[in-house]
Design a binder for this molecule. Sequence first.
Ligand code: SF4
Length: 160
Amino acid sequence: MTPDVRRRVLEVYAAADQAVSAAAPRCEGSGRCCRFTEYGHTLFISQFEAELLLETAPAYDAPVTRDGCPFQVDNLCTARNERPLGCRIYFCDPAYQETGNGITEEAIASLKRIADDHDTGWRYAPLHVFLNEAERPAIPAADTINPAGSPGPRLSLPVV
Ligand code: SF4
């Protein structure tokens, strides 16, 4: 990601955050919205969002299924700073749905303009697709190294 693309994507995040803050949707803090199958929805993200998220996201176990986000720990988000737009904008508050949809449409249109301006192409896919593509080679932890020298169990690594 070039510095200009990064700057513009972060501006889209900031605008979305501001719009959500102004709308002040209600959050009950159940964390269900990050457990996708249980909740009955799918978090789609763009390539730009995936790249930003993966720069700072903590380690996760792969392969990741579509069932939930690996960054939810004890009902809290551990990737909050660079979380994708859907995480920023979606709230289950029934009174906010129309407003949230409008904020999403505007934000996605802005990201597509960035893609057009920089001729990057456009990819939009469920979160787990990008997380599994970013899988890195394993380095076994000290307590899993096989003394005979064969590879230990696969571990997830921080993606940098
Ligand atoms: S990145 Fe954070 S807010 Fe988004 S789905 Fe994962 S745990 Fe939830």
